[in-house]
Design a protein. Structure first.
Length: 282
């Protein structure tokens, strides 16, 4: 049973409630979008303004008892002048701006438009599979029960390190191995001429993220780094222009020599180098 208040109970009993959904979308970069489905007014709640800067809606919400993963469809409708960080909504989505974002959906009950008497939790989870088109952004969101689908145990016995570079178990400071640059002449969607002076292979298996230009916010794993050229694992969606700013982070092959010589972090290495090589017998 969802919690309520006497004021909200009285409003619902009067059958005069004005109802709108409010959305809190937390992006991976830390920014938060607060939106409402109300057609002609903003909603003020918890010190936030849930605005109508983007047109948003959601499908039916169904909750079940047990470990079944709840799922909901969320739709952002595209208008010509809508922008996020200067990008159109389809461009922002193509650049994976909504990947990994969390969404909280609540129902606001009001006697006066914009000022809720009470709010009821409807859904909370992570956005997955955003699909952009010219007219709308279709997204699915899964409840946190989706995490139960992860394979266990958490750590596997492999020669490579179990840590993920820069995570809490690894302990390496990301800022110390991250560099900024701008795309140089000859850069394309398939390769960025970076002008960075680090040795070949420094950024291999690392990441490159654009902070300006049509690809702003887009992140790619670096497949190969040689002679200052950063080759992404797959092409950027938009052409790369000279002067487009980016951030490049070092990569790690999860082997002990790399951990020791490149990052000075051998004490945190968690690989199992003596694991026998798999052998197939007839």
């Amino acid at each position: 049973m969802k919690p309520s208040t006497s004021e909200l109970d009285a409003l619902l009993a009067s059958k005069q409630a004005i109802i709108a959904s409010i959305f809190t979308i937390s992006l991976l970069n830390g920014d938060v979008l607060t939106l409402t489905s109300a057609p002609d007014f903003d909603v003020y709640w918890r010190g936030n303004v849930y605005g109508r800067q983007y047109v948003i809606g959601h499908g039916d919400i169904a909750s079940s008892v047990g470990v079944e993963v709840d799922e909901i469809d969320v739709t952002l409708y595209v208008r010509p002048d809508d922008r996020i960080y200067g990008l159109t909504l389809p461009s922002f989505t193509h650049n994976r701006g909504f990947d990994g974002a969390r969404i909280l959906i609540e129902r606001a009950f009001m006697s006066v438009p914009g000022y809720p008497v009470g709010v009821v939790h409807s859904f909370e989870g992570e956005i997955a599979e955003p699909e952009p088109s010219r007219t709308l952004i279709a997204m699915k969101a899964n409840s946190d029960l989706i995490k139960l689908n992860q394979m266990v145990p958490r750590n596997t016995i492999t020669p490579g390190c179990c840590n993920i570079l820069f995570d809490a178990m690894c302990g390496v400071n990301r800022a110390a191995f991250t560099h900024t640059g701008t795309a140089q002449a000859g850069s394309t969607r398939n390769g960025i001429v970076s002008g960075l002076s680090q040795a070949d292979g420094y950024y291999t298996q690392g990441t490159v993220t654009f902070t300006a230009g049509n690809n702003a916010g887009a992140k790619r794993t670096v497949k190969r780094h040689a002679s200052g050229l950063l080759v992404p694992a797959y092409p950027f969606y938009y052409p790369v222009a000279v002067g487009d700013a980016f951030i490049a982070a070092a990569g790690c092959d999860r082997l002990r020599p790399t951990c020791r010589d490149k990052f000075g972090n051998e004490d945190s290495f968690r690989g199992f180098e003596k694991v026998p090589t798999p052998v197939t017998s007839a």
